[in-house]
Design a binder for this molecule. Sequence first.
Ligand code: MSP
Length: 493
Amino acid sequence: MFDAKSGQVSTFYITTPIYYINDLPHIGSYYTTLVADVLARWNRLKGIKTFFLTGLDENSIKTVKAAKEKKYPNIQKYADEMAKQWLDTWKRLNVSFDGFVRTTDEKHKKNVINFFAKVYEKGDIYKGKYSGLYCEGCETFLTESELEKGLCPIHKKKPKEIIEENYFFKLSKYQKALLEHIEKNPDFIYPETRKNEVVSLLKQGLRDVSISRPDLEWGIEFPIDKKHKFWVWFDALINYLSQEDYWPGINLIGKDILRIHATIWPAMLLSAGYPLPKQIVAHGFLTVNGRKISKSLGNAIDPIKISEKYGLDSLRYFLLRETPFGEDGDFSEKALINRTNGELADQLGNLINRVLVLVEKNFNGEIPFHENNDLEGASVAILREMEEDIEKFKFNEALNHILFLVAEANKYIDEKKPWTLKDEDLADVLYNLLECIRFIALMLNPFMPGTSEKILRQLGIDKFSYKDFRWGLLKMGTKIKREEILFKKVEHG
Ligand code: MSP
């Protein structure tokens, strides 16, 4: 992304959390992945060298439990099978990741051991006794004050009481440095409400964390004591460094894992001598009837099923348009259908169909001549708004702006009444509409890549880049190729 401080266009590196493999992706994990996909596509469109990393967190107790429940005699085989299915799901959902980490890969294990060596040399590891309440859903210790009626607030389960000998990481040592970093870099944790939460947490003080667990059957061996395995979070966070050439990048996460990402992770990096993330960006939860969607609550929604039923781009559009980034948002098929019918079919699809039919009827399907540029101002202004929104993660507003331009174009048709015009006058109106549609399609590209490509193809364009955001590039005489309607209206089921 453009770095205002240095005035340089740098590389763009974005990561998602690496997901647990006790189940397949649901719409919540898809949401994070989708946001990363939009940002990666936007930066690629701008010609910025981009890396989008995602992957799987396989060394968890959950993996062992799921493998046993599903009667896999061999845990690694289970992990391999799940990895295949996760990869397949992301491919079917057209997720444009560049790298995929699996924490059972040898390469990752080596990275963890090397990283640990640096923290150990720094003198930040010691052995101690620990007693605490462990939530296997979160894979972390919780404090009494974090519980709600004795239960983990996210997983609604009673945490296990554990007393054991562990190796500790001196997290408390980094409290001051972290607070200072946040003060000096006000956008380090985004959005602001999340930053404030982290600041108040840091001000209360940090306790050292145990980073090993004894007698686990699954996980990465702890190099200085073979009876222990790495605590899964210590191992998992290090995946973000696997693209060392690109680091530091943006860590995109859900708010459920902000605490660990904003305290332990940067402290680990300071200890081992790595730069801190450019930004830690946390979004809200997707809910169904107000409850967080999650595997453990059994209310998961399969993004593949939804995309097959309503179209992938309708799903993408809905998830990004419905809820302001950072806030919680409720998922319902009814709301998705309303947006698809009202905004995508009636407004966007209809605009394109109307204009292309008129060009076919009046100009033999060829892009006509033009003299005026009625819609240039609006198109360029909306592009600027949309760019600003997307750089600030305001995807709903970006889409709102694009939809506003669609509405402007439809209004222009209603005002100009092209069916009453002839020759130059008609050519002018249609050229303006076609150029405006080209802008709309380009702007939609990171959000709805399939739809964007379909529209551009109908205008005779199959290669495009950010440089094409210039008015007047459509050439007179180019043949348009009208295809079937973009969005069909869906009946409420
Ligand atoms: N394995 C850890 C992350 C380690 S990263 C070094 C983990 N995995 S998870 O499978 O539980 O995924 C958590 C992430 O999935 C959340 O932070 C969020 O990005 C996404 N979501 C899971 N449920 C979600 C919703 N209901 N709504 C939105 N996002 C959700 O935690």
